[in-house]
Ligand binder design. Structure first.
Ligand SMILES: *Cc1c(COP(=O)(O)O)cnc(C)c1O
Length: 346
């Protein structure tokens, strides 16, 4: 079995999830009659401190439903230039909603500079699109799993309210952030209008995401999900795994964070690697290779020795820890990294 560090999306459902899926009570969720989906949505809304929640097939669907619900054609979204919603969702808000992204430079810690946000808000002028929404990402994937603090989140929420703007959190790994910070999830969601989080990443469910927010917003979001063909029928079969994910898989995320830190500390000792392990706050490690190495070739050689990672532009490699990775796997992966990167040692 390879040590698969490409993403926490590769996690398989746990035995408890399989059993819950097998035994799930179901109904037609488009009629609002699937008791397991209803239970997951109520539970998820409560966890993130919002009035209501909606179960969706993926994080991408959760984010695009949020954006299409918050914004109309001709509206503009302020987001990070490293945001998943900007880089990795196929331009969905523009493609489907006539919504313009306004990317601002992400700071290395995943934040957007408050002054940059303030300066990007459009005045009312016939030439301009209308600024409608600010989107944050926590934890920040491309910035190496960095966490946004409750204080920063509250500052952005306050700024948005002063300008009459809406706010959305891409919290694909929201629970990783809360566990790493040692704060209740609600400290990261209360200042913002809506939040999307993934059940299918570190929480190990096979499929699904949650979008949560005010009741009237979720009511509209349900229609938007239907427009996108996301209304599912006996979805309780997959929602059942999501309930187990929320009940059983949150507290153990700290293990993934410890494993990521262990990996980062080992990697930082290699001369071919540029990485500050103190910036590894959750389950994502992004390292940079010294520029005489081809990142895709390195990833191929790691694969040949049984370690799977993601290679990114900019000579970067991403390794993500999760439920399927033990501390022994980390030590084995480090041995492979050392062997693959050894020839360049001076
Ligand atoms: C994975 C991810 C998503 C999208 O989730 P999918 O379920 O893969 O569509 C959104 N945002 C961030 C930050 C992610 O890492």
């Amino acid at each position: 079995m390879p040590i698969d560090l490409r993403s926490d999306t590769v996690t398989h459902p746990t035995p408890t999830m399989r059993r819950a899926m097998y035994e799930a009570e179901v109904g037609d969720d488009v009629y609002g009659e699937d008791p397991t989906v209803n239970r997951l949505e109520a539970m998820a809304a409560e966890r993130v401190g919002k009035e209501a929640a909606l179960f969706l097939t993926s994080g991408t669907q959760g984010n695009v439903v949020a954006m299409l619900t918050h914004c109309g054609r001709g509206d503009e979204i302020i987001l990070g230039d490293q945001a998943h919603t900007f880089l990795s969702e196929a331009g969905a808000p523009a493609v489907l909603g006539g919504i313009t992204p306004r990317p601002l430079r992400n700071q290395r810690d995943g934040t957007l500079d408050l002054a940059d946000i303030e300066a990007a808000i459009r005045p009312d002028n016939v030439h301009f699109p209308k600024t409608r929404l600010i989107t944050l990402e926590n934890t920040h994937n491309q910035c190496g799993g960095r966490v946004l603090s409750p204080a920063y989140t509250a500052a952005v929420g306050g700024l948005a309210r002063r300008h009459g703007l809406r706010t959305h959190l891409d919290g694909a790994r929201l629970f990783n952030a809360a566990v790493a910070l040692g704060v209740p999830v609600t400290a990261l969601t209360a200042p913002l209008d809506s939040v999307q989080f993934c059940l299918s990443k570190g929480l190990s469910a096979p499929v699904g995401s949650i979008l949560a927010g005010p009741s009237d917003f979720i009511h509209e979001a349900r229609r938007t999900r239907k427009i996108l063909g996301g209304g599912a029928r006996q979805a309780g079969v997959i929602a059942a795994a999501g309930i187990v994910a929320l009940n059983e898989m949150v507290h153990r995320l700290a293990e993934d964070h410890a494993n990521a830190r262990r990996l980062a500390e080992g990697l930082a000792e290699l001369p071919a690697v540029i990485l500050d392990p103190s910036t590894v706050e959750t389950n994502i490690v992004i390292l940079q290779l010294t520029d005489d190495l081809d990142v895709y070739e390195v990833a191929e050689r790691l694969r040949g020795d049984g370690v799977l990672v993601s290679a990114f532009y900019g000579a970067r490699i991403r390794a993500v820890t999760h439920y399927g990775i033990t501390t022994a796997d980390i030590d084995a992966a480090l041995r492979v990294f050392r062997a693959v990167l050894a020839p360049v040692r001076a």
